[in-house]
Design a protein around this ligand. Sequence first.
Ligand SMILES: NC(=O)c1ccc[n+]([C@@H]2O[C@H](COP(=O)([O-])OP(=O)(O)OC[C@H]3O[C@@H](n4cnc5c(N)ncnc54)[C@H](OP(=O)(O)O)[C@@H]3O)[C@@H](O)[C@H]2O)c1
Length: 237
Amino acid sequence: MTLKSKVALIAGGTGGLGRAVSQLFLDEGARVIVTYRRDQEFEQLKGMAGVNASRLSGSNVDVTDEAAVQKFIDGIVKENGRLDFLVNAVGGYAGGVKLWEMDAGLLDQMLKLNLLSGYVLCRAAVPVMLKQGSGAIVNIASKAAVDHAAGAAAYVASKAAAVAMMDSLAADLKGSGVRVNSILPSIIDTETNRKAMPGADFAKWPKPEDIARVILFVCSDHAHVLHGAAIPVYGDS
Ligand SMILES: NC(=O)c1ccc[n+]([C@@H]2O[C@H](COP(=O)([O-])OP(=O)(O)OC[C@H]3O[C@@H](n4cnc5c(N)ncnc54)[C@H](OP(=O)(O)O)[C@@H]3O)[C@@H](O)[C@H]2O)c1
């Protein structure tokens, strides 16, 4: 148990990747607080946590709502006295359509999910970590942030902007003891992806658990030299 007495906020912690991160951080002894949108998903995570469920709590919070997130993080600090890790696993994909054929609102939607989420969460979490003089933030971006495929202009732009934002935040936080990094997955082996691409070779896709282990490492003190990195986790896919 490497994270005993640590407090971790996993935004989107009941999602395809977030669930694996939440479980691993619980296994490592952390107190884990997740955001979720569907009660059923949180109950499912609690069931999967087993004996660790006593260290798991959650809240139905829209992480793009600045006032709601501030209140939520104030509550975490009031209850636990600290916040050691923020992992932002909220995000979404839309693609398969050329830029000029996309719905007019799609860019806003992608920016909200993939950029504003991290912005709002960091604005509330960073002051807490600065006060502590320690903390680690991991924002889940995408391979698409650096590999700009066709048919995904809005998604690609939102993920590239998220990486740039974390890079700038890392510069803001130089010497503070608070570290910030981005993770760049390609297609992950989630239930949603299996349903969307039933003909694909699932064995080639990195598992959520494999990526969760990288996130755990990035948060751990072993990674104290990692700051402002954008880490590819594609495996050989
Ligand atoms: N899966 C992949 O192949 C893949 C590849 C590259 C990058 N990524 C990135 O990895 C991250 C995790 O992906 P994933 O596959 O785990 O996605 P996911 O299963 O959709 O999980 C994301 C979670 O965030 C929640 N969420 C969405 N909007 C929210 C909001 N405004 N406030 C609070 N929660 C919100 C979602 O709830 P709802 O389900 O109700 O919307 C969902 O529970 C995302 O940033 C994604 O872009 C994923």
